[in-house]
Design a protein around this ligand. Structure first.
Ligand SMILES: NC(=O)c1ccc[n+]([C@@H]2O[C@H](COP(=O)([O-])OP(=O)(O)OC[C@H]3O[C@@H](n4cnc5c(N)ncnc54)[C@H](O)[C@@H]3O)[C@@H](O)[C@H]2O)c1
Length: 325
């Protein structure tokens, strides 16, 4: 039987990935220290004999050695995530993302295990070479601006992955573009969709940073998971990086307006300067759009869920699960 180890499997994407792999007949082991993940995301699987939860950190190297040895594939998603988290504690972010990935890759290399590494669209930074192609430029700000440490730590992880691949490790990289959907966390660590939905439920103004003309491509988590599994199951994906995302671009202001409409809130939209949200030296990326042709051609993967449908499903889930609604 196929046995997947998912690091960070109690998180938003990891828990949805667990469900999808269990459905496909995999045995699934999750290791998660619940830094941002939640037990509620996986508790429906706890009685399933094919599901195992290990509450520990990926920095526990002897444990990781054991877990990787008994897996047939490793989906490595554990990371310090979210711009707010990274800006609040850049050191923790760098150490988890760099040391943790080094442990995962080194032990997967020891046992020659298939690995899929979760990277990010942040890799491209402020590149204006739109849409972002997998082999496109990375444009980052200075190192004293903490937000770039996330992009840089994930890029170092990618370099490590490619370096291990040169030695024979069967590893692939998926670069996610703004995943959202059921289980996004309203505690505000990063998801603008979750923030807007919980503000709308509370009847508070939806807070848009800057002028709201910055764009993103929001990807329903079911699509993110499909793209991840397609990467893990295609032999041709080994040694490759893929943009996994929707390529429909939307401004953050438009997103706020859509969520206002779909939740039926009468609350206003309020603009907040970036400095107020993230401190003085914050720098944002203005546009972020994936070129999705490589994933489509090599994996047959294309995001399918359109934003209104995905938002409606997310809002329906949030009505049942968010404390304030
Ligand atoms: N959500 C997105 O839009 C997005 C975009 C780009 C990249 N990613 C990447 O996808 C992955 C999953 O992100 P997500 O959105 O599901 O976030 P998430 O915060 O829900 O998931 C991350 C998980 O990693 C766990 N974790 C953190 N440090 C750990 C450690 N030391 N040991 C064990 N577990 C640890 C957290 O508890 C959490 O469950 C991350 O690697 C993230 O960088 C996500």
């Amino acid at each position: 039987m196929k046995h997947a180890l998912i690091t960070g499997g109690s998180g938003v994407i990891g828990s949805n990935l667990s469900d999808a792999l269990l459905e496909r007949g995999y045995e699934v082991t999750v290791i998660d220290n619940l830094l941002t993940g939640r037990i509620q995301n996986i508790e429906h699987n706890l009685e399933n004999p094919k599901f195992h939860l290990i509450h520990d950190t990926i920095l526990n190297e002897p444990l990781m050695d054991e877990l990787i040895k008994s897996a047939s594939v490793v989906y490595h998603l554990a990371a310090a995530v979210g711009v707010k988290h990274i800006v609040n504690d850049p050191l923790q972010g760098i150490l988890i993302n760099v040391k943790g990935s080094e442990i995962v890759f080194a032990h997967a290399f020891k046992y020659w295990k298939r690995v899929v590494f979760a990277s990010t669209s942040e890799i491209y930074g402020r590149s204006t070479d739109i849409p972002f192609k997998e082999d496109g430029l990375r444009v980052l700000g200075p190192t004293h601006v903490d937000r770039w440490s996330y992009s840089t730590s994930k890029a170092l992880d990618e370099h490590l992955a490619f370096a291990y691949h040169h030695k024979g490790l069967p590893v692939s990289i998926v670069r996610y573009f703004n995943a959202y959907g059921p289980r996004i966390d309203e505690s505000g660590y990063g998801s603008v969709v979750a923030n807007f939905i919980s503000q709308a439920f509370r009847g508070e103004p939806l807070t848009v940073h800057g002028d709201g003309q910055q764009t993103r491509c929001f990807t329903f988590v079911g699509d993110t998971v499909r793209g991840t599994i397609a990467t893990g199951e295609h032999k041709a994906a080994i040694g490759q990086a893929f943009n996994i995302g929707n390529n429909k671009e939307i401004t953050i202001l438009e997103l706020a307006e859509r969520i206002k409409k779909l939740t039926g809130t009468t609350a206003d939209i309020k603009f907040i300067p970036y400095e107020k949200a993230y401190g003085k030296s914050y720098q944002d990326t203005r546009r972020r759009v994936p070129d999705v042709s490589k994933a489509q051609e090599m994996l047959g993967f294309r995001a399918e869920v359109d934003l209104d449908d995905g938002l409606a499903r997310t809002i329906a889930w949030a009505r049942e699960h968010y404390e304030v609604n």
